[in-house]
Design a protein around this ligand. Structure first.
Ligand SMILES: *[C@@H]1O[C@H](CO)[C@@H](O)[C@H](O)[C@H]1NC(C)=O
Ligand SMILES: *[C@@H]1O[C@H](CO)[C@@H](O)[C@H](O)[C@H]1NC(C)=O
Ligand SMILES: *[C@@H]1O[C@H](CO)[C@@H](O)[C@H](O)[C@H]1NC(C)=O
Length: 454
């Protein structure tokens, strides 16, 4: 030892007091952690929903990894699974077939039996008349007047093609479909409630254009059902939102207009109606680099001048917003065209932000499935009445080779436990509850689900 005696004493003293400080620090830290645990974790779920939180592993064999050209990786974003995803998107591959099983395994409400009320993510889903449901990029409205759920989405039941070789794969606008249900499993086709336009090429809904992500909310003041959607041209340069209204949940909806909110480009979007009746528009803007959120006017037919930029430079799209115990949550995807990518969960104390990012909500399956949002892209999150903190995560498994054969991935989403990542404003440890989407090959709504909102 090279220290003098006096020096050692001094150090010992210092060491003692620093040990003491450390111990008190620990006690303080433990106290804070305990406070967080008791205040946040109690937001757990009903025992009846517990079965949905079983972690279900998948062990299918992925194709062996290829030698990747580093320039190709750069071009495509350094997704570890880029090659596998390319193979998955190739309609002639076995991998593709395994995630797009044929209609023989379809969810069929006409059959009933043991499979009645079972959700099978990725299978063909038939309506009550035996036709595959066409409601992509959709959302669900619960209607108190009829005590039914209405599922609105893009009808893509036409041929997939490209306008020019670099253009996005597309289907001409057919319109917005609506399906009704009392149990969220057996859906009756209510027809096309907002049809595309065949002749007038200047019309926003002309079949050559783009209508995506329709969402409907009910306005308690005007008694109208209000639909917002993404309106674009085939090259995605219009980048506007469109609005339509109806006196009935099953339409017909009258198309009003489209515009660029606050003068900004607007692509993927959603609307969210808060408990106090205030509704908000969320839209991906500035060439998808950020999201904007704006309150709607009282009649829900326009936006107000208030606007906040959120998730700046995060390149998020496909927003799905929901609320649990006074906290707002959002699931988004990265922007990668029709290819799947990892979802992120976000949370905020106010709809207008600031929004913080919590991490990837996907649980179970395997790493490939978690890194691809179970091969799907978020579109909506539906609260389950009677089960606070339990939701249905709704997503689209896009099939760009034949968009009309895209599939639905519905999975249970719960709020509870601590988020994985320490957040910006939380002194180094997680301060939000975790958002979890649990993989299941087959699942049912848990007991305790009351079917109706009161
Ligand atoms: C339904 O499930 C029961 C119990 O698992 C099984 O014995 C029966 O064969 C099933 N019926 C059908 C039609 O699949
Ligand atoms: C889309 O882009 C292509 C190629 O740049 C162009 O030829 C075409 O006119 C554009 N179409 C629209 C509807 O803007
Ligand atoms: C929406 O509100 C903006 C700002 O107040 C206004 O300029 C615009 O005309 C309104 N749009 C409609 C369709 O009323």
């Amino acid at each position: 030892m090279k220290v003098s005696k006096g020096g050692t004493k001094m150090r010992n003293k210092q060491r003692k007091s620093s040990v003491l400080n450390f111990v008190w620090g620990l006690v303080g830290f433990a106290l804070i952690v305990w406070l967080f645990f008791t205040s946040r974790i109690n937001s757990s779920h009903q025992p009846s929903a517990k079965e949905l939180e079983k972690v279900e592993e998948e062990e299918f064999r992925l194709p062996p990894p290829h030698k990747v050209n580093p320039r190709a990786v750069k071009r495509r974003g350094s997704h570890k699974y880029s090659k596998v995803i390319d193979e998955y998107l190739d309609a002639s591959s076995a991998l593709h077939d395994s995630f797009f099983p044929s209609e023989t395994s379809a969810i069929n409400p006409q059959k009933g039996g043991n499979d009645s009320m079972s959700f099978y993510p990725g299978r063909v889903w038939l309506d009550t008349s035996g036709n595959a449901i066409q409601a992509y990029g959709g959302g669900i409205l619960y209607d108190h007047k009829t005590s039914k759920y209405y599922w609105y989405g893009e009808n893509r039941d036409g041929p997939t093609y490209q306008v020019h070789p670099e253009g996005a794969r597309r289907v001409d606008i057919i319109g917005v479909s609506c399906y009704s249900s009392e149990d969220l499993w057996s859906w009756t086709n209510e027809g096309i409630v907002l049809p595309g336009e065949r002749t007038d090429i200047t019309h926003d809904l002309h079949e050559s254009k783009v209508l995506e992500r329709p969402k409907v909310i009910y306005n308690d003041g005007t008694g109208q059902y209000v639909m917002w959607m993404h309106i674009d041209d085939a090259n995605y340069t219009r980048a506007s939102v469109g609005v339509a209204v109806s006196d009935s949940p099953t339409g017909p909806f009258s198309y009003l207009y489209s515009f660029r909110p606050h003068g900004f480009d607007s692509r993927d979007m959603t609307i969210f109606k808060d408990d106090d009746g205030t509704a908000y528009l969320f839209y991906a803007s500035r060439v998808n680099t950020e999201l904007h959120v704006s309150p709607l006017t009282n009649d829900y037919l326009n936006i107000t001048s208030a606007m906040r930029r959120i998730l700046i430079r995060r390149f998020r799209e496909a927003p799905a917003v929901f609320k649990a115990k006074g906290t707002y949550y959002m699931i988004t995807s990265r922007c990668s065209g029709w290819a799947p990518n990892p979802a992120l969960a976000h949370a905020a104390h106010s709809v207008m932000g600031p929004w913080e990012t919590l991490g990837n909500p996907c649980v179970g399956g395997n790493e490939f499935l978690r890194m691809t949002t179970f091969l799907s892209q978020s579109t909506f999150v539906l609260p389950l009445p009677g089960l606070p903190g339990t939701f249905i995560f709704m997503a689209d498994r896009w099939n760009p080779a034949d968009l009309r054969d895209s599939r639905y991935v519905w999975l249970p989403l719960t709020i509870g436990g601590l988020a994985d990542e320490a957040q910006d404003y939380s002194f180094g440890f997680p301060s939000w509850s975790r958002v979890s989407i649990y993989w299941h090959r087959k699942w049912r709504l848990p007991e305790g689900w009351s079917r109706r909102y009161t």
